[in-house]
Design a protein around this ligand. Structure first.
Ligand code: FE
Length: 230
């Protein structure tokens, strides 16, 4: 079996959010699909280790925010590589309460939907939740939705270990340049040609010239956690 065949399946990039006992949390998910149109139903596949999984299982509601191609990598890192157990992910994030009680992330969202869980399936490490859509709207008709492939290519993203699509020992990225540095925590690669404009690091900035208090835009790791790519 060639697991790379799985890489040919296309996905989007979403924030799936939920609530439990007055708390709110959300996480990045790439596995959101519309299963039927009448009634409108969606399925999401969440890792059992994730706090959002616990919230969805308990409250039986969730929202999905569809992210745009312009979503900064820090934003994806906040919801994708950090746990709501340690980080209040919604601090400083524009969101609103949905009619189900689940929060809806509005920043970088081009559309949202809210669903009530009608069924779920144990999928080993993950649970597939099937939800009936109770509300949905387009927030930015002009923006393009981010695909998982776009995230990987343009944003230099990597799958966290809890993603359904994570494959152990992801293939070594080709064209490794001597002046690229990789985050040892999340795998984000700093490319001096690209810089990190979202954090004020202009394209053309050598890694050595980045301020010492700069942190990994994906996972928040310190600059010292980076290793030079051979
Ligand atoms: Fe990182």
């Amino acid at each position: 079996m060639n697991p790379k065949a799985m890489h040919k399946i296309t996905y989007g990039m979403y924030v799936v959010s939920s609530t439990k006992a007055g708390q709110i949390n959300g996480q990045i998910a790439n596995t959101v699909i519309q299963t039927t149109s009448d009634p409108a139903m969606v399925a999401v596949c969440l890792n059992k280790q994730n706090l959002t999984h616990d919230f969805v299982q308990t409250s039986k509601v969730f929202s999905v925010s569809v992210l745009s191609t312009s979503t900064p990598i820090e934003f994806i890192g906040r919801f994708g590589f950090k746990s709501g157990r340690d980080t209040p992910k919604f601090d400083g994030v524009n969101s609103r309460m949905g009619q189900t009680g689940a929060p809806i992330v509005l920043d970088h969202a081009i559309a949202f939907l809210e669903a009530e869980v009608v069924d779920s399936m144990d999928a080993g490490t993950h649970t597939v939740f099937l939800g009936k859509v109770v509300d949905a709207d387009v927030l930015d008709a002009a923006a393009e939705p981010m695909t998982y492939a776009y995230y990987h290519m343009v944003k230099g993203g990597k799958s966290p270990k809890t993603a359904p699509t994570y494959i152990k020992e992801e293939p070594v990225k080709e064209a490794r340049s001597a002046d690229k540095w990789e985050c040892s925590v999340c795998g984000y690669v700093y490319d001096p040609a690209v810089g990190d404009p979202d954090s004020g690091v202009k394209p053309g900035t050598a890694f050595e010239d980045i301020p010492d208090d700069w942190i990994c835009p994906v996972c928040g790791a310190a600059k010292s956690e980076f290793k030079k790519l051979a």
